[in-house]
Design a protein around this ligand. Structure first.
Ligand code: FES
Ligand code: FES
Length: 208
């Protein structure tokens, strides 16, 4: 039988204790001992980022972090993002913009984005891309994720709080049954701030 230790973590603001095998990772402890299954188990190799949580405010790949080395530290997981009955602005932006599809990558991306915005409340698109470079998504193509982080940041700064018309899955709010042919307000805003990105936008969202 493997050696066990008593671990103390402050998880999402609450003191949590667990007796765990000394070789277990933080990911194993969160999911298997503390039943916090919002943090996802992906590659277990440090490649996919789906297991990312915040430790003392910094993103950490929990599959590579030995739980014993986290003793006494503050851990934030996706379960702690919601504020009362309200979604965190990043969660709301992801939902509003359809930035989560299967959702498997989403907890890790949300936590990584939260750390980014704590350091940089108004990141550029390249800065968002750099911060999320270690978070893989098989579904979305990343475009909506980048938009959602930018929109969540705007919500957190207290500007542009209303969801922009027409960004919901590309639908035109004045003609919901029609396929949208022009850029969404978020696309225009991204292009305005990052004109070099205009050429990388899909044809259907380029300015007309
Ligand atoms: S499960 Fe941790 S990086 Fe993939
Ligand atoms: S939404 Fe499916 S992996 Fe990102």
């Amino acid at each position: 039988m493997s050696e066990r230790i008593t671990l103390h973590l402050r998880v999402n603001g609450e003191d949590r204790y667990a007796v765990v095998p000394v070789h277990h990772t933080l990911l194993e402890v969160l999911r298997e001992e503390l039943a916090l299954t919002g943090t996802k188990h992906g590659c277990e190799l440090g490649e996919c980022g789906t297991c990312a949580v915040l430790v003392d405010g910094r993103p950490v790949l929990s599959c590579l972090a030995l739980a014993a080395e986290m003793d006494g530290k503050a851990v934030e997981t996706v379960e702690g993002l919601q504020i009362g009955n309200d979604l965190h602005p990043l969660q709301a932006a992801f939902a509003d913009l359809g930035a989560a599809q299967c959702g498997y990558c989403t907890p890790g991306i949300l936590m990584t984005a939260k750390a980014l915005l704590a350091d940089n409340p108004e990141p550029s698109v390249p800065e968002i891309q750099e911060a999320l470079a270690g978070n893989l998504c098989r579904c979305t193509g990343y475009h909506k994720i980048i938009q959602a982080v930018e929109w969540g940041a705007a919500k957190m700064r207290g500007v542009n709080e209303d969801p922009p018309d027409g960004v919901f899955y590309g639908a035109d709010p004045d003609n919901p049954g029609a396929v949208r042919t022009g850029p969404t307000p978020v696309d225009l805003r991204l292009q305005e701030r990052n004109p070099e990105d205009a050429g990388r936008l899909p044809e259907e969202v380029r300015p007309i």
